[in-house]
Design a protein around this ligand. Sequence first.
Ligand SMILES: Nc1ncnc2c1ncn2[C@@H]1O[C@H](COP(=O)(O)OP(=O)(O)OP(=O)(O)O)[C@@H](O)[C@H]1O
Ligand SMILES: Nc1nc2c(c(=O)[nH]1)N[C@H]1C(S)=C(S)[C@@H](COP(=O)(O)O)O[C@H]1N2
Length: 198
Amino acid sequence: MNNELCIGLVSISDRASSGMYADQGLPALEAWFTDALVSPWRMVTRLIADEQALIEQTLIELCDTAGCHLVLTTGGTGPAIRDVTPEATLAVAHKIMPGFGEQMRQISLQFVPTALLSRQVGVIRGQSLILNLPGQPKSIKETLEGVRDAEGNQRVPGIFAAVPYCIDLIGGPYIETNEAVIKAFRPKSAIRPKTGAQ
Ligand SMILES: Nc1ncnc2c1ncn2[C@@H]1O[C@H](COP(=O)(O)OP(=O)(O)OP(=O)(O)O)[C@@H](O)[C@H]1O
Ligand SMILES: Nc1nc2c(c(=O)[nH]1)N[C@H]1C(S)=C(S)[C@@H](COP(=O)(O)O)O[C@H]1N2
């Protein structure tokens, strides 16, 4: 059985996609997954402008044609006129997963008071989980990993802790993580013996 996780990474930024500045979203996402996953994965990346129709079309392509089990967007979640990532994500959703947006705002509030300006959502389309992350490149690691105190104890769990079990439940591959980066939580009955190289 093919246990390779397909991850769609979508950086949504007018300025990065038009070359006004270098995109830092895709490199930050790739670096995070390289550190965080020990089970096999591959990525499909897209850098696009803040255009709702284009975002919808990209999400549909990654979920339905490329077969991505997980799609992460970065950018376009704020209140500005051109910020339409949540609208595009909701437009292609089959199920809404409000916990992801709630938790990301909880995490981000530990870093910036303007976290509540992010309208980020999590949804399921078919057998794919789509999550919106803010555009600020450092927010990628912050929201996926959560907040630790000076001693390294987890204070607010990162959203990625819940992603592997969510992917199990929608029929995707069994994800194993590097626990030094993020520990996946699963109910005892759903835990399989470790196979990845920890
Ligand atoms: N893809 C990116 N690469 C590098 N930095 C980014 C990227 N997207 C956003 N940022 C930075 O994070 C800040 C907040 O992100 P936000 O998505 O609100 O950007 P924005 O101002 O709407 O960008 P844009 O005009 O490119 O769509 C930006 O001002 C920029 O400094
Ligand atoms: N972790 C984290 N979350 C964050 C931020 C941040 O710097 N770090 N920036 C906030 C700000 S200033 C805005 S406007 C919103 C929306 O950002 P976006 O439009 O780039 O998606 O995300 C918020 N969430």
